[in-house]
Design a protein. Structure first.
Ligand SMILES: NC(=O)c1ccc[n+]([C@@H]2O[C@H](COP(=O)([O-])OP(=O)(O)OC[C@H]3O[C@@H](n4cnc5c(N)ncnc54)[C@H](O)[C@@H]3O)[C@@H](O)[C@H]2O)c1
Length: 397
């Protein structure tokens, strides 16, 4: 595999917690070349560069900051990423980790400069935008992957295989929840995850809709989202509590609850899970995943008290040598998507490689996961209209 030069656009939470450490590890392994990070403000990059967690795990690593660390930390650079993309030689990698509503223009800028792209979920907020990206990427022979890391959780891959072997029967009714901690309201989210741009379902509900498709192969066809507005500490208003009802191509129904409300005093970093009730052969089938409680119960003596850490998403382990090594599906997801882009880059027939990745359906791509954008578009219409049912067309690949 070549060592791809990489530019990360956006230097917030997901870049710190998952993307940058995954890239540093891939750089250690010789699969990633230089790494640049472009953020809107210098202060964001300063925080990232000073992160004790990253310094401890990767004492030998550094990123190229756009703007430079010497620049005014509070000056806004909303268009600087365009220059950073132009500075990257063609057919390398841009990772888009911006607020949801800014993804489309950044992906566009990357494709126009012949870069492969990885985008944190959700890809974009409109199905037509996903279609445009799919067509443009295929035309240019570029890989675009959507980073739905729950797909690389072994339990999802296991459920997918068993479901597709018929072990559970057919999905009929289900429930899913993902509620982030209350303290999220104090983060940068209050500046962008507001009623006019997004809501709790659009931000995190899409994970479980994507997983139900990933496991079952069904596609969503209609959605109704009831949202409750709340004020962030800075006074902005957001739909911070949502209850969604998603109907599927076989008539099945999934209820999804999302919020930024899980008590800070509760164990774990969130509460989340999925239950699918299924049927076949005159019997009921059941698939239930607790995605937050993964069997660990710790009590720390520093005052943090009882905790239920997840060993599965993203952890640093000590395997000897310098620093620490990332482990978990957060890392595996980035590694897997890098493998896909390498597959496209190295083949003689890039369009064929892209089509094959689309068809295999392990990596989420604009073409094979456009149901997510169709759903989000419909969900936004629903939540802004008191939770009315909105039907939409999405067909399986
Ligand atoms: N579980 C997941 O898959 C998961 C988890 C968290 C976030 N996300 C996604 O990641 C994205 C970012 O979320 P986050 O949690 O890192 O948010 P965040 O608010 O912490 O970070 C967003 C960053 O984008 C930067 N930014 C905004 N406009 C910019 C511009 N014009 N140029 C350069 N930088 C700009 C901000 O300065 C900030 O650093 C969102 O799309 C979110 O939905 C996914």
């Amino acid at each position: 595999m070549s060592a791809y030069r990489t530019l990360v656009v956006g230097g917030g939470m997901i870049t710190h917690d998952q993307i940058l450490p995954s890239l540093y590890q891939l750089q250690r392994l010789g699969r990633v070349g230089s790494i640049a990070v472009c953020a809107q403000h210098g202060r964001t990059l300063r925080t990232l560069a000073d992160s004790e967690t990253l310094q401890r795990a990767f004492p030998e690593s550094a990123f190229e900051p756009w703007p430079s660390l010497g620049a005014d930390p509070d000056e806004a650079h909303p268009n600087l990423y365009r220059q950073a993309i132009i500075a990257l030689p063609a057919r390398n990698l841009v990772i888009v980790a911006l607020p949801d509503h800014l993804h489309f223009e950044a992906v566009l800028a990357a494709l126009e400069n012949d870069q492969h792209v990885i985008v944190v979920k959700p890809l974009v907020l409109q199905a037509a935008e996903a279609d445009w990206i799919a067509a443009e990427a295929r035309r240019r022979g570029l890989f675009v992957g959507v980073e739905y890391h729950k797909r690389l959780d072994d339990r999802s891959l296991m459920a997918r295989r068993k479901y597709r072997d018929g072990a559970f029967g057919e999905f009929r009714l289900g429930t899913a929840r993902l509620m982030e901690k209350w303290y999220y309201r104090h983060s940068n989210f209050q500046n962008w995850c507001t009623s006019e741009h997004s809501d709790a379902f659009t931000y995190i509900g899409c994970h479980y809709v994507d997983l139900v498709h990933f496991i079952t192969g069904l596609v969503p066809t209609a959605v109704s989202v009831y949202g409750i507005k709340d004020r962030y500490p800075n006074g902005n208003e957001g739909f911070l509590w949502t209850d969604a009802r998603v109907l599927w191509s076989n008539g099945a129904c999934l209820n999804v609850q999302n919020s930024l409300s899980f008590p800070d005093a509760a164990p774990g970093t969130n509460t989340q899970g999925l239950t699918l009730y299924c049927a076949a052969n005159g019997r009921g089938g059941l698939l239930r995943h607790s995605d937050q409680y993964r069997g660990l119960e710790y009590v720390y003596v520093d005052g943090a008290g009882y905790a239920e850490p997840s060993p599965d998403y993203f952890q640093y382990v000590d395997l000897g040598g310098k620093g620490l090594t990332p482990a978990g599906y957060g890392y595996r997801s980035i590694e897997f998507l890098m493998g896909c882009l390498d597959r496209v880059e190295r083949t003689g027939d890039r369009q064929h490689a892209i089509d094959e990745i689309d068809r295999q359906g392990i990596a989420a791509t604009p073409a094979n996961s456009r149901y997510n954008e169709a759903l989000i578009e419909a969900a936004r219409e629903s939540i802004l209209n008191g939770g009315k049912l909105v039907e939409f067309g999405s067909s399986p690949m």
